[in-house]
Design a protein around this ligand. Sequence first.
Ligand code: ADP
Length: 167
Amino acid sequence: MKRRAIYPGTFDPVTYGHLDIIQRSAKLVDELIVGVLTNIGKTPLFSPEERVAMLKDAVKDIENVKVMAFDGLLIEFAKKQKASFVVRGLRAVTDFEYELQLSLTNRVLSSEVDTIFLTTSLKYAYLSSSTVKEVAAFGGDISKFVPKKVAKKIEERYSKKKNNQIT
Ligand code: ADP
């Protein structure tokens, strides 16, 4: 049987930190499914379709990685995809509490799906989608945080927002 894992997240947008987790976890399994969450509380900068498209482009050279949108319960998505692992990344203690709670809840919902935590690479330990958006909103250089094409999309989005505010 294939060893399959889901790496779920909002990915609004994908950063080098996410891509590092994807590259490393893809080596541990036969197939890695990056699950893009569509039902999130806050309004995202990018639509699910845009987030999926950016991810697909960023992982196109990694053979065993698939990108899919999903909504509803992660455990249900994992079962449907016949995945027995969930991958999550840990940056700091602040991630830990939330991640522990999430993985324990998922364990109660289904004992068949286990969570694997990968610690961040030191060079991406500070990186999050929200920081990238904050820097971009103030016109800062985000080329060290996200792939070139993603940076272009973010910059376009913020310049559009700015123009809408002026007119
Ligand atoms: P969520 O809204 O589910 O936290 P994110 O897109 O913010 O979704 O993150 C998805 C996963 O990637 C989470 O497990 C998060 O901790 C992890 N992650 C995000 N950025 C990094 C990073 N720089 N290094 C390691 N893991 C990260």
